[in-house]
Every structure is written in C-alpha cells, then in structure tokens.
Ligand binder design. Sequence first.
Ligand code: S3P
Length: 422
Amino acid sequence: MIARGEAEVPGDKSISHRVLFLAALAAGRSAFRGALAAGDTRATAACLRALGVEVSPLSDGHAVRVAGRGLRPFRAPRGVLDCRNSGTTARLLLGLLSGHPFGATLTGDRSLRRRPIGRVAEPLRAMGAAIATAEGGRLPATVRGGPLRPYEHASPVASAQVKTALIFAGLVGGVPVTVREPVVSRDHTERLLRFLGVTVKVAGTAVTVHSVEGIPAFEGKVPGDFSSAAYLLAAAVAAESGELAVRRVGVNPTRTGFVAALERMGARLDVVDRAAYLGEPVATLVARPAALRAVEIGPAEVPSLVDEVPLLACLAARAEGTSVFRGVGELRVKESDRLALVARNLVALGVRAGSEGDTLFVEGTDAPPRGCVTTAGDHRLAMAFAVLGTVPGAAVALDDARCVAVSYPHFFRDLAAVLHHA
Ligand code: S3P
C-alpha cells in the first residue's frame, strides 16, 4: 500500500461530550463547530434533551447549538435515560444528576451494562447523592441528587471519567472537589474549565475545582480526535511507501502517548502547524512508513494511550520481537474485554499473543494476518484490526464493521481515501 495525501478526522469524542455538558450548565446560548457527530455524542445530546436542555442536531459540517440553563440545568426526565454504548455519557451524567433534587434512571446497551459504575457511584454517595445500581455496581442506576458536601477523593484508578463526574457534581452542587489519581488521566475537563475562566488547581496528580457563580456561554471549535487520527497514522506507518498528513488533530499531552510509543518502535511522527482550540493544543501530524521493532509499555504511560492499546498491539504484530504491555488491566472494562479480545483475535490471525492479569504480549511476525476478527461490537477493536488488514497479503474479516459509528462513522471511507494499491 501507498499512504498518500491529507486527511481530517471527526471531532474529539471526549472534548465533544464535555463541551455539550458544560454548555448546558452555561448562562445562555453556546455554539461550537467540529463536535463529533457519532453514536456516543448523540447519546449525550439525546440525554440532555430528555433532561430539558435544547440541543440542535449533531451533524457533520454544522455548528451545534446548546441553550444553557445555568448551573443546575436539568428538569426531571419522563423516561429512562439511555446512554447507549457511551461510558462517558453515563459517568458524567451521574455526576451532574447528583446535584439535582429529583430521581433519574440511567441505562445503556449490553456492553455498557457490564461496565463498572461503582467507581463513580461510591464517591458521589459520599458527597450526598442517593444512588442505587444493579448488582456489582453496574447500570441501570437510579440517582437522586441531594445537597452535596465538599469532597476529596483518592481514586484507585486513573480515570478521566471518574475525575470529571466528581468535578461536575461539585459545580452543580456548589461545593469544592479534589480528585487525586495514581497517574494523571486526560485533562480535557480542566482545560475547558480554565478556558471558561474557572480556577483549577493542580498539585501533583491532584486537581481541585472550587464552586463558581456561573459558567459563561462560549463558542469555539473542537479539535480532531487524536484517537481517530491514530488509526490513519498507523496505516501510513504500516504502508510500504508514501506520506500522510492528518490535519487539526488534538495533541493534548495527556492523550498522545501513542506518539512516544511509536517513536520507540522506530516510527517518527512529525508534529507541525500548531494551534489552539478551546484551550487545547492542535497540530498536523505527519506519518511515513517505518520498519517497526517491539516495544515495552509500562503502567505510568497507560492513561496517555489507553484507547490506543488495541492499535499498538496490532502494530506490534508487525514489529520485530515481542512487545509487552504492562498495567493495562483497565482494558478489561472498556466497551469489551479488550485485553482478552486483542489477544484472541491476533491468535485467530496467526499471531502469537496472550493476556494474563493486566499484561498483554504480542510476538511480531512477517506472515500476513489472515482470518476472522470478533469485535464484540467494540469500535476500537474494529478499527485497529481493519488497519492490520491493510498490510501486504492480509485477509482480515470483521464480524461487525458498523460498530465504528460509535466514534468514527466514516472511518472506512477515510481509510480507503488515504491508502492506494502499489
Ligand atoms: C474518556 C476517558 C477514558 C477513555 C474513554 C473516554 C473520557 O476512560 O478510555 O474512551 O472522555 O473521559 P477512563 O478515563 O475512564 O479510563
């Protein structure tokens, strides 16, 4: 394959969720361009509408408009709030609802109903919310907010969803919140709040947000999603020749561990044309083919590349030597058990790989990957293995290609547009 040309990817999923929620809390009407129009962010928009917030339809090329209703914006919903496949929607909403004085029930699809919500529900209960979850701390969950108390939480996991849910609860409840993490997770919430004039204190891995009088309405553009760009860039690295530039991608350092990992594997990405959108760094990323060597990934860098582990594992399948990913246990509670499925699918394609506890190993090979991939409806598995399916001689079939619509609806179109047969 030859990788060629320029691409742009859809708006950042994490930032789009946050922008939608914070715009609901703002005083007045906000409008922003570039928000992700995909399954997960549509779930957030639909929940906001069910809670009485006016949100215009999410569609490519159109600005999204949100009519903010102030710091406690929600009305009691009539039905159950369906977060579909979106963990960010469920966890962040649980935080926001914890400061509202009515009952609401959250649920999601089968994948989301197996994911842990207790990591958010427990600290929110300690703040004063009444939350009942299904067995094992899962969805459906019913929350009744109450007067909240100031809270300092030492989170056992580095999770931006936990951190953001608690910060959001503090904003709605009018109380200060501190969240300490073992390693700093993505800091989009902190950056966006600062962009909106809210003081955010950071001390080591702890972040504190005090109560505010209000949040101003805002405008701006959402950066392209680094995690989506990573698939196209990886396809260019695995190609035989050419050069690919992906423009206007968010390059927040808490998200770009993939760049550093690729560098250790022998592939350099150029970062040019830097800019800033909504308080976030943005740049053009340029990738070229490279001969890859195995990599070791350690626990401290995992939060910065957590969503790129399946993709890195697929690249590791083409690298010389055995790659080891340590401290990646969080992947077991993503949209699927990504650790088990990455290993199982690589084996199904003829690659030696395995997972045990919170470790994954992958032995690189020159043999073309051939076989069927079980995605379990997980968008990131589908896209990672689709990239592996572009190497010479590959024949990779996905059992479900449509699940990419969760975060990157036009993924296959964009991938085909940048790759050309030699
Ligand atoms: C996200 C945080 C990450 C990430 C997810 C989106 C967010 O999860 O895997 O895709 O928007 O905050 P955790 O921070 O819970 O690990």
